[in-house]
Design a binder for this molecule. Structure first.
Ligand code: GDP
Length: 212
């Protein structure tokens, strides 16, 4: 989809408990390792340089940050995981707070799992993907920092990153917040996914027919 205007994202609130979040007509949540490029992506989607700074202000980095989108739809920025420098208590809190949000937020239609395109999925990323599959939450993988992968290495990196996530290449959206690659495409997808949820993930191989 081309020509999709910036998403009209507006910061609404931060919360540590899913039960205190305002209602939503349909929500997408971004998760990812710290430094994956989540704030840069939120800013690029809205074409606002400082929008996601709110998620980085002291006291908010470990909270659920909610942005309004359009027609009562919302986007949630969940705390980054695996940030070694975070105090232990904050690291421990990531799990329960985020898990509760993911399991109890009835308006959640799609989890966007950000994977660093330059380095590929980490063990923590694949653990998050396995967990989302287990609890049967709709998700999509968004690979960040496309511009950091050398053009000559892109075909192999696309294959490897998708395989590392257990996905077909076509089920991974590659973006660059720096150069704008696929940002309009992703805007369009987010509008669809917050409304209808993502289409089912296609299986890696077609199932072997059962012998008669
Ligand atoms: P967050 O911790 O996930 O919110 O990550 P940030 O958005 O703060 O980005 C982490 C670092 O990666 C920063 O130095 C960004 O400038 C850089 N970064 C983010 N997105 C891109 C991108 O698309 N291309 C490049 N080259 N760098 C990026």
């Amino acid at each position: 989809m081309s020509g999709v205007p910036p998403l009209p994202l507006r910061f609404v609130t931060s919360a540590s408990d899913v039960s205190t979040l305002p209602e939503s007509e349909g929500e997408m949540a971004f998760v990812g390792r710290s430094n994956v490029g989540k704030s840069s992506l939120v800013n690029a989607l809205a074409n606002r340089r400082q929008l996601a700074r709110v998620s980085k202000t002291p006291g908010r980095t470990q909270l659920i940050n909610l942005f309004s989108l359009h027609d009562g739809h919302t986007l949630v920025d969940l705390p980054g995981y695996g940030y070694a420098a975070a105090p232990k208590t904050e690291r421990r809190r990531w799990g329960p707070m985020t898990e509760r949000y993911l399991l109890e937020r009835s308006s959640l239609r799609c989890v966007g799992v950000l994977v660093d395109g330059e380095i590929g999925p980490t063990p923590l990323d694949t653990a998050v993907l396995d967990w989302l599959r287990d609890v049967e939450l709709g998700f999509r993988v968004i690979a960040t920092k496309f511009d950091k992968v050398k053009a000559s290495k892109r075909p192999k990196r696309r294959r490897d990153l998708a395989a590392g996530c257990g996905l077909l290449e076509s089920d991974v959206t590659w973006v660059s917040a720096s150069t704008g690659v696929n940002i309009e495409l992703l805007r369009g997808r987010i509008i669809e996914w917050t409304r209808d949820g993502p289409p089912p993930i296609r299986p890696l191989r077609s199932p072997t027919p059962t012998p008669r």
